[in-house]
Write a protein that binds this ligand. Sequence first.
Ligand SMILES: Cc1ncc(COP(=O)(O)O)c(C=O)c1O
Length: 394
Amino acid sequence: MGHDGDCFLVPGPVRMNQSCLDALSTPVITARGTEYRDVMAKLNSGLRYAFNLSPSSPERKNQSWTGSDGYKVIVVSGSGTAAMEMVMANRFRPNDRVLVPTNGKFGERVAEMGSRFCNVKNLKYEWGRAFDFGEIEEQLARGNWEALAICHNETSSGITQDAAELAEMCQRHNVAFILDGITSVGGLPVHPEQWGAEAVVVGAQKCTAGPSGIAAIAVNQHFIDRCNAIRNQGDSNSVYYLDILPALKKGDDDQTPWTPAINPAMGWAAALETLKEEGLENRWNRCASLAKGVRNLFTDLGFDLLADEYYRSSTVTAIMYPEGIDDSWRTKLKDDYNTQVIGAQDHLKGKMFRVGSMGETPVEEMIEGCNRMIACFKECGLELPDVDVKKYFE
Ligand SMILES: Cc1ncc(COP(=O)(O)O)c(C=O)c1O
């Protein structure tokens, strides 16, 4: 079976399935009634599954947001950035020292945003280069750090950090481990409990194939204790809408402090149901196999990939344009081949493109999309060897 119609191969927002779209168009309900609490319970339980946390009941009045591992999930009305800001603003005092190694745009954003709320040291590596673990270890060993915060899967450069290794370092040096998991949670292995992560953030529109504008955080008890202690000491950053304490008060009751994003929550809960039907590990594996196919195909075709070999992401692949090709190729691909990939950011703009392999993308769509990309490159004058695209995805 082939794939007809458009190929939408961007690293988020991804296509939403029909059950998610149907849920999004549910007639309005009130924010504080039992119907919405039912939605929250289902959403919380689905989120715990996506975060790879212990299960919880999807029924209202059953502490759907927590489980035997002690983590709690908090739904945030806003995109992933809002959820990340909620973490940084509430967890740290202005003088807390936080180490943020980065190798792309979103890590740098963690550092930039974090510096509004705490004392950030940004260890900047070139986009796509793996972190220097020796340097991070050396920094942590000097002591006096409150946390290490990373962008786990760097969507801008197609690199995934070795979170297990970094988690061990954090445990050795007794610092908190915070992850922007916006394009990793639901799409590649994430183990909050095993890593002792204090907070992990996810955005709905990425690997879980939900709607844009809603996000969530998984936090452990130590995180909660620190947020409370900092507030009691009177040494906290200014927050109001993103104050985590009211959100923590409302959680047991399947509620949020402000009017929730009601329909997006319904849509996301439906998308998470689809994730559960597929199985979390099956989704990780499907994303990994799509990304592997894209990597091997384009490498065989003679393209260079941006990210260091052993750290290449399973949910996004960053591919350099060869000599003579620029973003006009992407415009042509969209206009003439009904296929969308995404361009690059900042200094790499016009120099590379990125292919998303997250959400529910079927293999047939990826094969068709790759065939169209190759045809479009050839039409743009690039000489490429003949390849059997399908073979790369078997
Ligand atoms: C890794 C990562 N972090 C953060 C963001 C920002 O998330 P949002 O646009 O949902 O605020 C993105 C968006 O692409 C991302 O990929």
